[in-house]
Design a protein around this ligand. Structure first.
Ligand code: R1P
Ligand code: URA
Length: 235
């Protein structure tokens, strides 16, 4: 049955889904890589598709920007559509000099400045981590393809345009890059006992000022898309 944000019926969405923030990146992934893609959602233009990749059923759907947005979509995918493996395929800003444009960052862990986890009333601090099987498989795929990648900690931030350069403090703690969703995705997955991973292509460097265009962020991050899809078919 449809939800307030998703027109799909039960069974329309695969157990494994790729989740870009940008719904047009979802369209690109579906049209470039999936065989026989069928669109299951257009509500709020948050495009979602299911097709097959090398014969295995895989879905892809946009999640929007920020933790409230991915929180809604991932919660519905897990709780109402039975999705078991959620792989975010995002863009991020690098906070370390060795994370050059185009490098794939894999979020072994996610830090945050958000209150998302407060809903669980935990008596301490929750460490949001990737599913180990997803992470290991994605790392092996990137290694096999010879794509540049780094595995480590990232920051999921509520703020894109910050008043002060807090990123420097996170960088001192080894944080590789900043994006805006994975902490909430890891929380939703942990709470439901399903698997999640965030991987990102470095779209800009907060350290050096290098940046890609919006067109490149939508269309050109194919290494990351291949890593996610090759991971999806090995689960
Ligand atoms: O490219 P996506 O997947 O949207 O990810 C990053 O880009 C957006 C900001 O430009 C935020 O959503 C951030 O997490
Ligand atoms: O969230 C994001 C995404 C790309 N670049 C940034 O600086 N932040």
């Amino acid at each position: 049955m449809a939800t307030p944000h998703n027109a799909a019926n039960m069974g329309d969405i695969a157990e494994t889904i790729l989740l870009p923030g940008d719904p047009l990146r979802a369209k690109v992934i579906a049209e470039t890589f999936l065989e026989n893609p069928v669109q299951f959602n257009t509500v709020r233009n948050m495009f979602g598709y299911t097709g097959t990749y090398k014969g295995k059923k895989v879905s892809v759907m946009g999640t929007g920007m920020g933790m409230p947005s991915i929180g809604i979509y991932s919660h519905e995918l897990i709780q109402f559509y039975g999705v078991k493996n959620l792989i975010r395929v995002g863009s991020c800003g690098a906070t370390q000099e060795n994370a050059r444009l185009g490098t794939i960052l894999m979020a072994q862990g996610a830090c945050t400045d958000s209150n998302y986890v407060h809903q669980y009333n935990l008596p301490g601090t929750f460490s949001a981590i990737a599913d180990f099987t997803l992470l290991k498989t994605a790392q092996e795929m990137a290694e096999a393809e010879g794509f540049p990648y780094i595995v480590g900690n990232i920051l999921s931030s509520d703020v894109f345009y910050t008043e002060t350069p807090e990123w420097k403090q996170w960088a001192k703690m080894g944080v590789l890059g900043i994006e805006m969703e994975s902490y909430a995705l890891y929380c939703e997955a942990a709470r439901a006992g399903v698997r999640a991973l965030g991987i990102f292509t470095v779209s800009d460097s907060i350290v050096t000022g290098e940046a890609t265009t919006a067109e490149e962020r939508q269309n050109k991050f194919t290494n990351m898309m291949k890593v996610a899809l090759e991971t999806a078919i090995r689960l």
